[in-house]
Each structure stands twice: as C-alpha cells, then as structure tokens.
Design a binder for this molecule. Structure first.
Ligand code: AMP
Length: 185
C-alpha cells in the first residue's frame, strides 16, 4: 500500500475531509499546510504574522517559507512511516522542493491523488461552507490561484506516472471509497 501520498484538488474539493479519513486508514499523519499556517496565525507567532495578510486575500504564501514549513514537518518522527499531504505542493517549485526532500530520504512519492470537481460545484460548496475567510471575492481569488499556479501540477505528476484521478462530485463516502481503490491499484 502506498504511503507517501499527495492529495491534489481545488479549494472545496473535500481534500481536507478525505485526508483525515485516508490518513487514519493508512496509519500516516495527514499534513495540512493550510491548517499549520492557520495555527501559526492563531498563535500570533512570527510565521503567523508574516502570512496572515496573504492568507486573508486567498493568495499563496511564498515557496521559500513553505519549503521551511514542510521540510521541518516531514522531518518529524511521525512522518517517517509516510504521510498524506493536503495543500502542498501548490506550485511547480514546491513540487520540486518536495521531490528533493523525499529523495534525500532515499525514497520517492508513491501516488498523487487528484480529487476532480467541476468549478460550478466548487463555488456552490465554498459559499455554503462558511469559513471566516470565505467571502465571495476570496473564494474567486483562491480558485483563480488554483487554476494558474496549482493546476499545472496535474500535468507535472501525470508525466511522472504518479497521478490517479478521482471523481470528487459524489458523496463523501463514495469519494473515500474511490480514493482507497485508487491506492490499491
Ligand atoms: P488551505 O487550508 O489548504 O486552503 O490553505 C489556506 C491558505 O493557506 C491558502 O489559501 C494559502 O494562503 C495558504 N497555504 C496553504 N498551503 C500553502 C502552500 N502549499 N503554498 C502557499 N500557500 C499555502
């Protein structure tokens, strides 16, 4: 069974929810960079102060800062058996950083799971979700950023033979089942 996994998908694709289910099943930590950054903002530490404004606008935190955050997290003991990354990488530069980290550990990624959801469904979901930073404008910006900066990763990972696509426009349970199946094949 695959152990070093990236979950890819647009905002509102259900990545976070699925990451928690799947990680538990696989016995690896679910690592959400968005969650880590939100925690830093709540704590009011140096990292949090640096990223709060950027996150509030729906923009991406710079790749160098994210590299530090992820490198430190993946070096921790619990991530040595594997990991499920949710929200990282989000740019090609980040994908290359991640490749470097896992290669230095003498490994590689096992799979990249893409949760595919059509844009109109994403907008409807995002408006219904009600997270504090989910104003219509910020949602639109996040989707735009995803299309411009993150979507190129689909081709990047496809070329590496790592990509497995899952239809995310289904019930939570059905998506979980498809993800588990995609990892078994
Ligand atoms: P998320 O919870 O994954 O939607 O992330 C929330 C916000 O945190 C994003 O809108 C970005 O501002 C920031 N963020 C999380 N992960 C990354 C990343 N890999 N690269 C850049 N910014 C990120």
């Amino acid at each position: 069974m695959s152990r070093r996994i990236v979950l890819l998908g647009p905002p509102g694709s259900g990545k976070g929810t699925q990451a928690v289910f799947l990680a538990e099943r696989l016995g690896v930590p679910a690592i959400s960079t968005g969650e880590m950054l939100r925690q830093a903002v709540d704590e009011g530490n140096a990292l949090g102060n640096r990223v709060a404004g950027i996150m509030g606008r729906g923009d991406l935190v710079d790749d160098a800062t994210m590299a530090e955050v992820v490198e430190e997290r993946l070096a921790r003991q619990d991530a040595q058996v594997g990991f499920l990354l949710d929200g990282y990488p989000r740019t090609t530069v980040q994908a290359e950083t991640l490749a470097g980290i896992v290669e230095r550990a003498g490994r590689g990624l096992d799979a990249v799971l893409l949760i595919d959801v059509p844009p109109p469904v994403l907008i409807a979901r995002a408006l219904g979700r009600g997270r504090a930073d989910d104003t219509e404008e910020v949602i639109a910006e996040r989707l735009r950023v995803y299309g411009n900066k993150t979507e190129p990763l689909v081709g990047y990972y496809k070329a590496l033979g790592l990509l497995r696509e899952i239809n995310g426009d289904q019930t939570i349970e059905a998506v979980t089942m498809d993800l588990v199946r995609a990892l078994e094949r």
